[in-house]
Structures are given as structure tokens and as C-alpha cells.
Design a protein around this ligand. Structure first.
Ligand SMILES: [Zn+2]
Length: 126
């Protein structure tokens, strides 16, 4: 039996469609996101896809005031480490939250930021 296991490429395709998927290691049970080739804990490659609810909490964040080339119009914006309810942490861009209101401990929900050429992991208020 071949099991469909998510790769980095379809991780972003799924994210674009609004689905956030983690991988659970069949060796040690570690949950990772985004997908990695080998388990960082036990070095095995026995992944099982785990759909996440998309709900999480802001653990820390950084305000980007000087953005990468071509994104000047988007600054300032915040990039946060969000701890998902399932226990994995993920880096994402915060949207729909004024920067002076954003704080750690805030409940957020995954929302993909889709543009023509790319999908960015985003979070907005829960
Ligand atoms: Zn493992």
C-alpha cells in the first residue's frame, strides 16, 4: 500500500487551498511542519500526514520594517512563531492585526496569503 505523504511542494499547494498539514514520524512520533525529508529527531523517513486545525497561539514575533526587495509596499508587517494547537510551531506572517495590538499569547488562525506567484503562510485573528 502506498500512502500519500505530503512533500514541501504539495504542502504549499495544500496551504494555498487553506489546508495546513504536518507530518508525524512513524519512528518516534515527532510532529514536524513544514515537511522535512528526514525526522530531525530519529533520522527516519516514515511520515504520516496529519491535517492541522489551523488554530494556534503567537509565541513570538518580529516586525519587519525593511522588507526584502520588491515588497517595500507591504512593510511594516509582522512575522510570528505560532504554536499550533497540535503542538508544532510554524513561522508565518500576521495579517489583519494592527502592529500596536499584536502581542504574544494572542489566538490566531491559519489563513494563506495568496498572490499570483506564491503562497505565504499567514495568520489572522482567531
Ligand atoms: Zn522520528
Amino acid at each position: 500500500m502506498t500512502e500519500h505523504v505530503i512533500t514541501l511542494k504539495n504542502f504549499f499547494e495544500e496551504a494555498r487551498a487553506g489546508r495546513l498539514t504536518a507530518l508525524r514520524c512513524g519512528g518516534c512520533g515527532q510532529l514536524v511542519i513544514p515537511p522535512k525529508e528526514f525526522c530531525p529527531q530519529c533520522r527516519q523517513r516514515q511520515w504520516h500526514s496529519v491535517p492541522l486545525s489551523g488554530a494556534g497561539t503567537v509565541v513570538s514575533f518580529t516586525v519587519i520594517r525593511i522588507p526584502p526587495r520588491g515588497r517595500a509596499a507591504e512593510a511594516p508587517y509582522a512575522v510570528a512563531v505560532v504554536r499550533m494547537d497540535e503542538g508544532v510551531s510554524l513561522l508565518g506572517r500576521i495579517s489583519d492585526v494592527p502592529l500596536n495590538v499584536l502581542k504574544t499569547g494572542m489566538s490566531v488562525k491559519f489563513r494563506p496569503l495568496v498572490s499570483e506567484h506564491q503562497t505565504v503562510i499567514g495568520f489572522s485573528p482567531a
